[in-house]
Design a protein around this ligand. Structure first.
Ligand SMILES: NC(=O)c1ccc[n+]([C@@H]2O[C@H](COP(=O)([O-])OP(=O)(O)OC[C@H]3O[C@@H](n4cnc5c(N)ncnc54)[C@H](O)[C@@H]3O)[C@@H](O)[C@H]2O)c1
Length: 385
């Protein structure tokens, strides 16, 4: 086996996503498994270069994980000028992303990035155009597609389980503490619109690719948003005004007539099996998929409840569903997508989750906010470069 090194500048690795999911659970995990077997006698070996704003934090990370302490930098321009760097990865706060990716494209680097790719559709489309014109490879994180629950759901769809799919109902959310008497479990910028926060900007890009890839392109959007918790406390314990939406109630019409309705909220308490669940109803059967599990009920075993509020419930509806078996081993979703992207870079294998796909997510978020502001349903035009 020959080792082929791919050097990846990773920006934002001190953050929640950058550190846990991308550095530790993806890139370092690939190294722990001995690299990525390319199947042609070569093994791809990712070498991260940690980029950020605080050198001591980056050095501490490198030390903790046995990485080269010299492979850290607070100078993005210098890193991008380094010809040995192949890929630029971005998991910074959303508002810092677009400018950094522009520079990386101009420097001829391949791009892999968290979503949303930009704070507005124009910027997101421009990134996709620039990357195309520069001839670099590009990918956007769409991790939910690689979750066991959604992979099982996709398997059901591909196997024709549902007959004609009628509707999708998604429920996402949990209680995010305000930060006064218990520390908040999400960064405070998420709750300030002026810092790129808001649940629509955060979650609609996910809903766009989940709906698009599993059920069909989104044709219209209608959303109501709310800032249910108007004051929160930041990382320093200081109160601040929450200027961004913390809940969004969206209805999406898909190509072919499927109606999807998805609630997203950071101000809801969980009475579900998982933090996100999608119920899909079709003429032949229904399914409820979460992050890991997926349960089904076929037409042939559908009970016939009769509405009668005078009587107590006589059957346990949840118990009437059947678990879909794994039938395969599922890897971490972020890592699975990184591996596909690295194969795309190394072997030119096809890769569909690119900056144009990322722009569709930004578009849906932008139209969702506009729909809420204007109080009406909006068409979602098809994007092209
Ligand atoms: N794919 C997913 O499921 C998922 C989930 C959560 C967040 N995200 C995305 O990942 C990105 C990072 O989110 P996070 O929750 O890790 O955030 P975070 O606040 O934990 O991390 C942000 C990172 O950006 C850096 N940064 C650069 N410029 C900054 C600035 N001006 N102010 C503050 N920090 C700055 C920070 O040092 C840190 O490393 C966001 O774009 C978010 O939309 C994706």
């Amino acid at each position: 086996m020959t080792r082929r090194v791919v050097r990846i500048a990773m920006n934002g690795v001190t953050g929640r996503m950058g550190y846990r999911q991308h550095l530790v659970r993806s890139i370092l995990a690939i190294r722990e498994q001995g690299g990525l077997d390319l199947g042609d006698g070569d093994v791809l070996w990712p070498e991260p270069v940690l980029v950020g704003r605080r050198e001591h934090a980056l050095k501490a990370l490198a030390e903790r994980h046995g990485l080269d302490p010299a492979a850290v930098s607070c100078d993005l321009d210098a890193v991008l000028a380094d010809e040995s760097i192949d890929v630029y990865f971005d998991a910074q706060v959303t508002s810092a992303r677009e400018a950094a990716i522009r520079k990386a494209i101009a420097a001829g680097k391949h791009i892999y990035t968290e979503k949303p790719t930009a704070t507005g559709l124009e910027g997101a489309l421009e990134l996709a155009r620039l990357a195309r014109d520069a001839g670099v490879k590009h990918g956007v994180v769409q991790d939910k597609l690689f979750l066991p629950g959604l992979l099982k759901l996709k398997r059901l769809i591909d196997g024709g389980f549902f007959g004609r799919i009628l509707s999708v109902r998604g429920e996402f959310g949990y209680w995010v503490f305000e930060g006064d008497w218990q520390q908040a479990q999400r960064p405070s910028w998420n709750y300030r619109a002026e810092d790129g926060g808001g649940i629509v900007v955060d979650m609609f890009p996910h809903w766009e690719y989940v709906l698009h890839e599993l059920f069909g392109p989104v044709r219209t959007v209608q959303a109501v948003t709310a800032t249910h918790i108007p004051q929160r406390w930041d990382e320093q314990g200081k109160p601040y005004e929450a200027t961004a939406d913390d809940a969004a109630y969206g209805v999406f019409q898909l190509d072919g007539g499927i109606v999807a309705q998805i609630n997203s909220s950071w101000a809801v308490r969980v009475n579900r099996d998982e933090l996100v669940e999608f119920q899909v109803d079709g003429t032949e059967g229904s399914a409820v998929a979460g992050l890991r599990t997926c349960r089904v009920q076929h037409r042939s075993v559908t009970p016939k409840p009769v509405w009668n509020p005078d009587l107590p419930v006589t059957e346990s509806f949840r118990d009437q569903w059947q678990e879909v078996p794994d039938n395969e081993e599922f890897d971490n979703g972020f890592k699975a997508q990184w591996e596909l992207f690295l194969r795309h870079v190394a072997l030119d294998e096809p890769y569909t989750w690119d900056l144009l796909a990322g722009a569709r997510g930004v578009q849906l978020a932008e139209l969702g906010l506009a729909s809420a502001a204007e109080g009406r349903r909006l068409d979602v035009p098809e994007l092209s470069l």
